[in-house]
Design a protein around this ligand. Structure first.
Ligand code: 5GP
Length: 120
């Protein structure tokens, strides 16, 4: 069972524009903004508008439209950033052992340099 969604988490506040972020994309299903502590020359976070704690929660509980809309948004963000065909990496920390810090699903998009076999 996934823990209940905390609508006071920092990304919920970013979604509601209660705290600022540098948005690079938004549509019906998702928004994207620059990570405040970039780990690569390009480091963008893409989040669904819906209240999902994690990849686990989202994949189990989101509607097919939400899932399709979110995945399409992730691809669009990367394409709009000019990363195709150069390349990019997606990462979704899920749960404690992965080090997930913010309890609203976010996909990290890393790019802008050769990334190596793993991002340390
Ligand atoms: P996680 O460790 O949960 O996968 O990633 C959380 C990410 O959110 C980190 O890379 C961190 O730098 C980023 N982050 C945390 N707080 C904020 C914030 O207030 N604004 C932005 N833009 N990014 C944040």
């Amino acid at each position: 069972a996934t823990k209940p969604y905390d609508d006071q988490n920092i990304f919920a506040k970013i979604l509601r524009d209660e705290i600022p972020s540098s948005r690079v994309y938004e549509d019906e299903w998702a928004i994207a903004f620059h990570d405040i502590n970039a780990q690569a020359p390009i480091h963008i976070l893409v989040i669904p508008r819906g209240p999902y704690v994690s990849w686990d929660d989202f994949s189990a509980n989101a509607s097919a439209d939400e899932i399709a809309g979110f995945i399409r948004a992730v691809g669009t963000v990367a394409r709009d950033a000019g990363l195709v065909p150069r390349g990019y990496r997606l990462l979704a920390n899920t749960g404690r052992q992965a080090g997930q810090e913010v309890p609203h699903l976010h996909v990290h998009l890393f790019a802008g340099q050769p990334l190596g076999p793993m991002l340390a």
